[in-house]
Design a protein around this ligand. Structure first.
Ligand code: BG6
Length: 506
C-alpha cells in the first residue's frame, strides 16, 4: 500500500459515520492501509482535529462490524484523522486544504497519492471536482482518484452533463463510481462462481435456464428522506443502478482470471444487448407500485401518502417490477424478472435461477413439479442454496426437495464499503460502475421515466408488509412462471397454489 491522503468531503455526514469510518477501521485492523495513510475530513461545521477524532471514534464504536477495544491500536488509527472547514463554493478553502495536504505529504517518504471521496449531495459533485482542478489539488505527485457516490444524474441528459464536467478534472480511469451493491461479497462472487465451476459454467445459458429472478425487498419506508425519495422513486433509487448492476453481474460470461477491463467490457455488452422497451410495451413489461398502510413484523405502518413530507396525491413509485430480455446467443428467450420495493414483507436481496426441465414427464406424482433452483442470498444473509428434486425414500412414488446449502456468518465477512474502499486504494476498478454502464442504464430506463412522468403507466397499490402489487405476479404468470420464495423459505401466499406447494417443500 502506497502513501495516500484520503480527502473526504462530507466528513460529518451520515454515510461517513455509518459506513466509511467503520470500513477504514476494519481495513486498518486487517493491515490493509498503508502506514503513511492519512485522512483529511472536510465539512462546513467548525471542528478541531480532536473533536473530529472523537466523532470518528464514536462512529466506529457504534457501527464497526468488529468490536472496538480501548487499545493503543485505536489511538494509532485515530491519529491519521485531521479536519478542515470547507465551503464547497469557496476557492480559498481549497487552497488551505492544499496547504494541509502538502504538509501531510512532506512527512511521507514515498510518492504521495490523493484520493478524493465525495460523500456529499449530487449538487456538489461538479463544483468540488472543478475546484480540485483549479486549486492545484489535482496535481498529485503520485496518482489521484475521485470516488463518487450515487446518484450519478437524475436522468440520461443530466448524467451525461455531469460526466462531461467531471471529465474536465478527472479521466475515466481516475473516476470510481460507487454502487455499493457491487461491494457486497456475494455479488463479487457471482462471476467467479460460473467461471471457475464447470458445472455452473456449462449451465449458464438459455438451454438450461428457464428464468432469472432478482429481488431487492426492503421493509423500511421512506424514513426521513421524503424530500429526496419523492423525487426519485424506486426506479431511480434502486433500479437504474443496483438492480441493473446485479443483472449485469449475473449475465456476464467471462474467461477465467479476467482483467477489470474485460469485466467492464462484458458488462457493457450485456447492457447493449438488453432489448429496449418501446413506448407501447412499457405498460405490459413494467409494474409500478406504491404502498398503502399495512403491517410489518406485527406492527402497523402508514401508507406512503401518509408518511411525513410526502405531498398529497404523489404518484411516486415505491415498487417496481420489470421483465427484461437480453438479446444475445446465451440469454435469448430467458426472461429476467426484477423487482424492488420499500415496505415489503421482509428485507432480502436475492437472485433465484430457475432451471429448465427438458426431460420433464407429465405425471401426477406428488412433488413432480418441484423445480431445480439455484438461490444466491446477497443480503442481509449471505449464502447459496441449490434445490434439487429427489425421490422421497419414505414415500415411494413421491418427490421431495433436497437442499445443498452454504451460509456464512456476517461478522467474518467484509462489508461492501470495506471491499470498495480497499479496491479504490489498490486501483482496481472491477467493482465500480464505468461510465458506459451508467449511460447505458440511463438509456434503458429513460423511456420508463418518461412514461411515469406522463402517467401513462398505471400506479398499482400494495399493502405494506406484502410482496408488492398482485400485478407483479401476473408479469411472470403469463410466461408460466412465478416468484420463488421469500428469504425465510415461507410460502408466497399471493403466488398461487403451485408456488405454495413447492415453497413448502423448500
Ligand atoms: C440505497 C438507496 O442506495 O440503497 C436506499 O438509496 C436503500 O433507498 C439502500 O434503502 C438499500 O441498500 P441495502 O444495502 O440495505 O440493500
Amino acid at each position: 500500500m502506497e502513501a495516500t491522503t484520503f480527502v473526504l468531503f462530507g466528513a460529518t455526514g451520515d454515510l461517513a459515520r455509518r459506513k466509511i469510518y467503520p470500513a477504514l477501521y476494519n481495513l486498518f485492523l486487517d493491515r490493509k492501509l498503508s502506514h503513511s495513510f492519512s485522512v483529511v475530513g472536510l465539512g462546513r461545521r467548525e471542528l478541531g482535529d480532536e473533536a473530529f477524532q472523537a466523532m470518528v471514534e464514536k462512529s466506529i464504536r457504534d457501527f464497526s462490524r468488529r468490536e472496538v477495544n480501548p487499545s493503543a491500536s485505536v489511538r494509532s488509527f485515530l491519529k491519521a484523522f485531521q479536519y478542515n472547514v470547507l465551503e464547497v463554493g469557496n476557492a480559498e478553502d481549497y487552497l488551505k486544504l492544499l496547504q494541509r495536504v502538502e504538509q501531510l505529504e512532506a512527512g511521507k517518504g514515498s510518492t504521495p497519492n490523493r484520493m478524493f471521496y465525495l460523500s456529499v449531495g449530487p449538487e456538489f459533485f461538479e463544483p468540488i471536482a472543478l475546484n480540485i482542478k483549479e486549486s492545484g489539488l489535482g496535481a498529485a505527485k503520485g496518482w489521484k482518484r475521485l470516488v463518487i457516490e450515487k446518484p450519478f444524474g437524475h436522468d440520461l441528459p443530466s448524467a451525461q452533463k455531469l460526466n462531461l464536467k467531471l471529465s474536465e478534472a478527472f479521466s475515466e480511469e481516475e473516476i470510481y463510481r460507487i454502487d455499493h451493491y457491487l461491494g457486497k461479497p456475494m455479488v463479487q462472487e457471482l462471476d467467479v462462481f460460473q467461471q471457475t465451476n464447470p458445472v455452473l459454467h456449462a449451465l449458464w445459458n438459455n438451454r438450461y435456464i428457464a428464468n432469472v429472478q432478482i429481488t431487492a425487498a426492503e421493509t423500511v419506508g421512506v424514513e426521513e428522506r421524503a424530500g429526496y425519495y419523492d423525487h426519485v422513486g424506486a426506479l431511480r433509487d434502486m433500479f437504474q443502478n443496483h438492480m441493473l448492476q446485479l443483472l449485469m453481474m449475473l449475465a456476464i460470461r467471462l474467461p477465467k482470471d479476467s482483467s477489470a477491463d474485460e469485466v467492464r467490457f462484458k458488462k457493457k455488452e450485456v447492457m447493449e444487448s438488453l432489448e429496449p422497451l418501446e413506448e407501447g410495451n412499457i405498460g405490459s413489461e413494467v409494474i409500478r407500485g406504491q404502498y398503502t398502510a399495512g403491517v410489518i413484523k406485527g406492527k402497523p405502518v402508514p401508507g406512503y401518502l401518509a408518511e411525513p413530507g410526502i405531498p398529497a396525491g404523489s404518484v411516486n413509485d415505491t415498487f417496481i417490477a420489470a421483465r427484461l430480455q437480453i438479446d444475445d446467443p446465451f440469454w435469448k428467450g430467458v426472461p429476467f424478472y426484477i423487482r424492488t420495493g420499500k415496505r415489503m414483507k421482509e428485507k432480502s436481496t436475492r437472485i433465484v435461477i430457475e432451471f429448465k426441465e427438458p426431460l420433464k414427464q407429465v405425471s401426477s406424482a406428488e412433488g413432480e413439479d418441484i423445480p431445480n433452483l439455484l438461490v444466491f442470498e446477497i443480503s442481509p444473509n449471505e449464502g447459496i442454496t441449490l434445490q434439487l428434486k429427489a425421490r422421497d425414500p419414505q414415500h415411494k412414488g413421491k418427490f421431495k426437495a433436497m437442499h445443498i446449502d452454504f451460509h456464512t456468518s456476517s461478522i467474518e465477512i467484509p462489508e461492501a464499503y470495506e471491499n470498495l474502499i480497499h479496491d479504490a486504494l489498490r486501483g482496481d476498478p472491477s467493482f465500480f460502475a464505468h461510465w458506459n454502464e451508467v449511460e447505458l442504464s440511463w438509456k434503458w430506463v429513460q423511456p420508463i421515466l418518461n412514461a411515469f412522468a406522463e402517467n401513462t403507466v398505471p400506479l398499482h397499490t400494495y399493502a405494506a408488509g406484502s410482496h408488492g402489487p398482485a400485478e407483479s405476479d401476473q408479469l411472470l404468470a403469463r410466461d408460466g412462471h412465478h416468484w420463488w420464495l421469500d428469504a425465510a423459505g415461507e410460502a408466497d401466499e399471493e403466488a398461487g397454489e403451485v408456488a405454495m406447494r413447492d415453497a413448502a417443500n423448500f
